[in-house]
Design a protein around this ligand. Structure first.
Ligand code: NDP
Length: 291
């Protein structure tokens, strides 16, 4: 039976470390890192994510500011808000919650964020830094996966890693991080032929697809480490529950270690956002970057 990788416990530990570090910054430099979260529209899931980010930032001793804008906000108005936040010295991190309403070009907005305040790590400059092997601000979900892997495996060098999914926010940056750890990386996607065979050679499988039960037990090499990023809502009768991309019960019989959904990768995402806010502050001020 696979070891359970408990992201909830790991994220709580990371937040406690950050809280101590923020206290230290306050003592030494009399400043508290500021995180601006911009929400446009009334998407229910986004409202919950933003509320959680605000609450956890406060709990860590950061200074969060949520900017809730109506769904009728124009691209120009949103860009003005980003420009003001870029220029505001009390704001060290800026996050624009995605998805944005359809009439707004997300790429144009993400590109307008100061790369040094881009705590989501989605700006082309931060994507480029990661690709060049000199990362500064790394997308939160892949960063969370990497921290979980490091906690669980002593050395990733030379391991076969398969990433399912090639999105800009999870799959591609995840693959870059694994490559930087000297893994042999395969990125699989909807056009990949014989996905089970591709997965079976992996020592590490990271799934970020969004299809419940996609990954089956006979896709997994015995003893492999499986990180399930997928978050899928499934309804059975009148019950709705969250599941990942992995057939958890069956895969847990074969894998060496596995993240559950919920309680695996999910909690790491916000913890890494807070970590990135502290990292961004330290880069901006020329202070040592916390480990
Ligand atoms: P996207 O929809 O942007 O990307 C999904 C990827 O999966 C695409 O690259 C797609 O391939 C690939 N794919 C689709 N079907 C298959 C298939 N049958 N076999 C192999 N690959 C397939 O999703 P995201 O990356 O944004 O998110 C992925 C999942 O992770 C979602 O469930 C999302 O909710 C969750 N998520 C969880 C987070 C967390 O904090 N835990 C954070 C972000 C996302 P192609 O490119 O060819 O279309």
């Amino acid at each position: 039976m696979a070891e359970l990788i408990n992201g909830k416990v790991f994220a709580a530990h990371l937040r406690a470390q950050l809280k101590d570090y923020v206290k230290q910054l306050q003592r030494q430099h009399q400043m508290v890192p500021g995180l601006a979260v911009v929400l446009v529209g009334d998407d229910a899931a986004s409202q919950i994510y933003v509320r959680n980010k605000h609450r956890q930032a406060l709990e860590c001793g950061l200074r969060p500011a949520t900017h809730s804008l109506p769904s009728t906000t124009t691209q120009g108005e949103l860009l003005d808000v980003v420009t003001q936040l870029n220029a505001n010295p009390t704001i060290n991190g800026i996050l624009v919650q995605l998805p944005l309403p359809r009439h707004i070009d997300s790429m144009a907005v993400l590109n307008a964020i100061d790369p040094d305040k881009d705590v989501d790590g989605f700006h082309p400059i931060n994507v480029g830094r990661l690709t060049l092997g000199a990362p500064r601000l790394i997308p939160c979900t892949p960063l969370g996966c990497l921290l979980l892997l490091h906690h669980h495996l002593d050395n990733l060098s030379g391991l076969e890693a398969v990433v399912l999914g090639r999105s800009n926010i999870v799959g591609k940056p995840m693959a870059q991080l694994l490559l930087a750890e000297h893994c042999t990386v395969t990125i699989a996607h909807s056009r990949t032929r014989n996905l089970p065979a591709v997965c079976r050679r992996a020592d590490i499988v990271v799934t970020a697809v969004g299809q419940p039960g996609l990954v089956q037990a006979d896709w997994i090499k015995p003893g492999a480490t499986v990180l399930d990023v997928g978050i899928n809502r499934v309804t059975e009768g009148d019950q709705t529950r969250l599941v990942g991309d992995v057939d958890f019960a069956a895969v847990a019989e074969v894998a060496g270690a596995i993240t559950p959904v919920p309680g695996g990768v999910g909690p790491m995402t916000i913890a890494c956002l807070l970590r990135n806010t502290v990292t961004a502050t330290c880069w901006q001020q020329g202070w040592p970057i916390p480990e």
